[in-house]
Ligand binder design. Structure first.
Ligand code: GOI
Length: 488
């Protein structure tokens, strides 16, 4: 029926294009996502203390490619009404944003009332517009004073995070019903503590820092989850999850087996998901065994991958009400052994790379692989007992002020279609928030790569939110609950 209508409208324009229609369940929730440091600005206002991203972006010769900072960004601290208007204009029913830890707690762990007031106002206004707030507690802006104690490599951080989570539940839990503890530990643990290309820019040999970070992140997530269940759930009735990012690993050729694919997925996604969502809990067995063995071979008396106690394994097991998933891109994979490479390079011993035929964005790491989203969702369903999934980021980058963002429109159409197919095949995806509501500070890429569905000219003092073509697409999808993909 819908397909028929489509052909009629097109035939009046004398086009011979066929469109395929992909539907979504009637209760599906659409929205957009953002993150505090990337949009708020007001970095030194109302008692906000410095974060590791202030440190990284302010230092001489910072690694941010255009020398920019998040000092002002989209100025959402002042212009949050513009963000709400932008959400409303599309008809979005949820907004995923993050709270800046350095705004709500002081160096001595006291509540900073001005910070609480800001988020409280934002949450109230969203609710007035019938937009559900979905809150990320940690989207990478760690207070600098905690980094000075070792940050995520110091076990003491678990207690600090638990106290921070407690503060958020206490002040906002009456109105916020969806909590995400961490955004993409895979990015900030290895980026920040193994390779050093992200704040706090620490490099360690053989991923020692990254593995310590992951370990404490998992424990901190578990602590925040159980705190909610024990102290707040009875009153507040909300959900707590963690946000993980991964692509799908496609075999590069016929010599690459399913076992290689699973190995790549376990080292990437499983490192974080297995302890929480798998049937057995703890780190994936392939990871445990490989890293223990390598550590021994390296002459260490301890494994670079820390061990959970039995009690910790049990407390993490099942400690989430949903899985928040960020999906951007995928890879082809091939084991080092096929390539005659030195296996010492990475613990997985799997090389990943892009197919030259995949469409490229303005970000070197981001190519369009919609099939990857479909396969990833099915892999998650099969390996983690079909958890409730929210797609909390998915998006495309182009150059500044690309209003006719046809590349993004096409990327989004194809990825929404892939998501629809996965839902048809039984995956429990119930929410989708596009990355990102507006152009923003794109970490080490500064303002050179843009992910917004609304453009911002960062020299405009008003920071006007200018709709790109993808806004029209999202309006249509929200209205009709289906997406059309051209078929040739
Ligand atoms: C989200 O992360 C994030 O949550 C948002 O805040 C963010 O705005 C949004 O994405 C958009 O980025 C090819 C050294 C493959 C090591 C090229 C150098 C891999 C690894 C180029 C440089 C690049 C999305 C960094 C997930 C981290 C960007 C994960 C996407 C990885 C590369 C590299 C490359 C490199 N990733 N991130 N990388």
């Amino acid at each position: 029926m819908k397909l028929f209508l489509k052909l009629l409208t097109l035939s009046s324009l004398n086009f011979a294009i066929f469109a395929e229609i992909y539907n979504f369940p009637s209760n599906f929730v659409w929205g957009a996502a953002s993150a505090s440091y990337q949009i708020e600005g007001a970095w030194n206002v109302d008692g906000r203390i410095p974060s590791i991203w202030d440190t990284a972006s302010h230092k001489n010769n910072s690694s941010v490619v255009d020398g920019s900072t998040g000092d002002d960004a989209a100025m959402s601290y002042y212009y949050y009404e513009k963000d709400i208007q932008a959400l409303k204009d599309i008809g979005f029913k949820t907004y995923r944003f993050s709270i800046a830890w350095p705004r709500v707690l002081t160096k001595t762990n006291q509540v900073n009332q001005a910070g609480i007031d800001y988020y409280s106002k934002l949450i109230d206004r969203l609710k007035e517009e019938e937009i559900k707030p979905m809150v990320t507690m940690y989207h990478w802006d760690l207070p600098q004073y905690l980094q000075d104690l070792g940050g995520w490599t110091n076990p003491a951080i678990v207690k600090y995070f638990e106290h921070y989570a407690d503060t958020l539940y206490k002040h906002f839990g009456d109105r916020v019903k969806e909590w995400i503890t961490f955004n993409e530990p895979a990015t900030f643990c290895d980026g920040g503590y193994s390779w050093g290309w992200h704040a706090p820019e620490i490099r360690t040999e053989k991923q020692i820092g990254g593995y310590l970070c992951s370990h404490h992140i998992l424990l901190a997530h578990g602590a925040a989850y159980h705190l909610y269940k024990n102290k707040y759930f009875a009153d507040q009735q909300g959900k707590v999850g963690i946000c993980l990012n991964t692509g799908y690993s496609f075999p590069a050729n016929e010599n690459v087996t399913d076992e290689h694919v699973d190995r790549a997925m376990h080292f990437g996604l499983g490192r974080y998901a297995n302890p929480i969502y798998s049937v057995d809990g703890d780190y994936p067995r392939v990871m445990r065994e490989a890293i223990d063995q390598k550590s021994t071979d390296e002459g260490r008396r301890w494994s670079r991958l820390p061990h959970f106690t039995t009690a910790q394994v049990e407390s993490l097991h099942g400690a989430a009400d949903f899985l928040a998933l960020n999906y951007y891109t995928s890879s082809l994979i091939q084991p080092y052994s096929h390539l005659g490479w030195n296996p010492a390079d990475s613990d997985s011993e799997i090389h990943s790379f892009h197919d030259d035929n995949w469409k490229r964005s303005s970000s070197s790491w981001l190519v369009s692989v919609p099939e990857g989203l479909y396969h990833l969702l099915l892999w998650i369903k099969d390996n983690y007992n079909n958890p409730l999934v929210y797609i909390t980021e998915n998006g495309w980058s182009d150059l500044p002020m690309t209003i006719e963002d046809d590349g993004r429109v096409e990327y989004l159409r194809e990825h929404l279609a892939a998501m629809s197919r996965a839902i048809t095949d039984g995956c429990r995806v119930e929410t989708y928030t596009v990355w990102s509501l507006t152009d923003n500070f794109e970490w080490m890429r500064g303002y050179t790569e843009r992910f917004g569905i609304y453009a911002i000219n960062f020299t405009d003092p008003e920071r006007k939110r200018i709709p790109k073509n993808s806004v029209d697409l999202m309006k249509q999808v929200v209205r009709d609950n289906f997406v059309e993909v051209e078929k040739d």
